[in-house]
Design a binder for this molecule. Structure first.
Ligand SMILES: C=C(O[C@@H]1C=C(C(=O)O)C=C[C@H]1O)C(=O)O
Length: 370
């Protein structure tokens, strides 16, 4: 199937108002798609299902599944679709409300054991009559290092995003995850310096992920160096974390329970931060800061094999693969407007005005595709 065929199929599916997802993994050349023939709302219950999961922030709510094996294109994505000059429209009332929210969090951090809380908001942006698949193409061609997707279900809505954050990659006994936090604008170079605030904020995430992983039966754990990662017009601090479990067939449900939500999108201690978010944010995050991606796809991803091995099935390394991403830099699409979701981590060193500006910068990466 060519990329063009897959886009046509998605357009037809959207016109019929049936569930589908199109996505491209970070740095990948090929596009994937899953299509459902009816509008049934499948839930993910055991995490042993196969398909594409779309799960909300609130871990007590169930995720939605588009079941099946993805169709993959065979050609390289070449079409160009430029970003636009849409400027995010900010309102002084929204600014005042966000600054007040950050100040409240700063008081809570000073007066309790709360160390970090990620606070977010929803920004509405009017859009002209543009097909969401066109918006998806703009994200796709401009955010190569991101996981880029469009997801549609008639009973839920249409979501799009270009996220820089992996929640969990799992293949057999091998896993990969990352600690991503701290933000500054990209101004042409990744050789930048970071302040103590960002280094502290990101280290909290790394430490917490490691602690949570250590409750599992690990054979090895590798923590990379802290590095600067470019995500569109923004830079983040990132530490790659990988390893192997002692046994195959890890209980994905309990792994995800241990990892999600990470302090990159919730805070520390987790329950206290979540309570603060639920009580104070004053809107429903829905799928923003939830997770999404491939669940238990049986694949042969072994690298180059000799001719003899190709012919010998015994050499095939078919393994279940799961690749989940955190739903950041995303929006909900309706015919007249886009609801853009953005947030940032608040610690003792946060400046409320700068935190507001950070959400505006993050919103701009998505608004440029409208
Ligand atoms: C919460 C978001 O991003 C998260 C918060 C960051 C920060 O506070 O610097 C950086 C990356 C993400 O971990 C978002 O993009 O909405």
């Amino acid at each position: 199937m060519t990329t063009e065929d897959l886009f046509s199929k998605a357009n037809a599916q959207y016109a019929k108002n049936l569930p589908f997802v199109l996505y491209r993994k970070p740095e990948a050349d090929l596009l994937n798609g899953l299509f459902q023939e009816d509008d049934f709302l499948h839930k993910v219950e055991t995490f042993e299902e196969t398909g594409f999961v779309f799960s909300p922030f609130d871990k007590d709510k169930t995720g939605i599944l588009i079941p099946g094996i993805p169709e993959v294109t065979t050609d390289y994505i070449e079409e160009k679709a430029s970003l636009r000059s849409t400027i995010i429209k900010t309102e002084s009332a929204a600014e005042a409300a966000h600054i007040q929210l950050v100040e409240k969090a700063l008081a809570a951090i000073q007066n309790s054991v709360l160390q970090k809380v990620v606070l977010s908001r929803e920004q509405s942006q009017e859009i002209e009559n543009v097909n969401p698949i066109t918006i998806f193409k703009r994200l796709l061609f401009n955010y190569k290092t991101a996981f880029v997707y469009i997801w549609h279900h008639p009973q839920v809505g249409t979501w799009l995003g270009a996220t820089p954050e992996t929640l969990l990659s799992l293949r057999g006994r091998k896993f990969e995850t990352m600690a991503l936090a701290g933000t500054q604008k990209f101004t042409g170079s990744v050789a930048v310096t970071w302040g103590d605030k960002e280094i502290y904020e990101q280290q909290l995430v790394t430490d917490e992920i490691i602690t949570n992983l250590q409750s599992f039966d690990l054979r090895s754990l590798h923590v990379g160096d802290r590095e600067t990662h470019q995500a569109g017009t923004l830079l983040h601090l990132r530490t790659l974390i990988s390893g192997t479990f002692n046994t195959e067939g890890q209980n994905l449900k309990s792994l995800l329970k241990a990892l999600h939500p990470t302090p990159a999108v919730c805070g520390l201690p987790r329950d206290l931060a979540k309570d603060f978010i639920m009580q104070e944010e004053n809107y429903d995050r829905a799928f923003y800061t939830g997770f999404l991606g491939e669940l238990n796809i049986l694949r042969d991803t072994s690298k180059k094999r000799s001719r003899r091995n190709v012919e010998n099935l015994a050499y095939k390394t078919l393994k279940n693969e799961t690749k989940l991403f955190v739903n950041l830099r995303c929006m909900q699409y309706t015919d007249s407007k886009a609801l853009i979701y953005i947030g940032g981590g608040i610690t003792v060193a946060s400046n409320p005005k700068l935190e507001w500006q950070e959400t505006v910068n993050k919103a701009q990466t998505i608004a440029s595709a409208l």
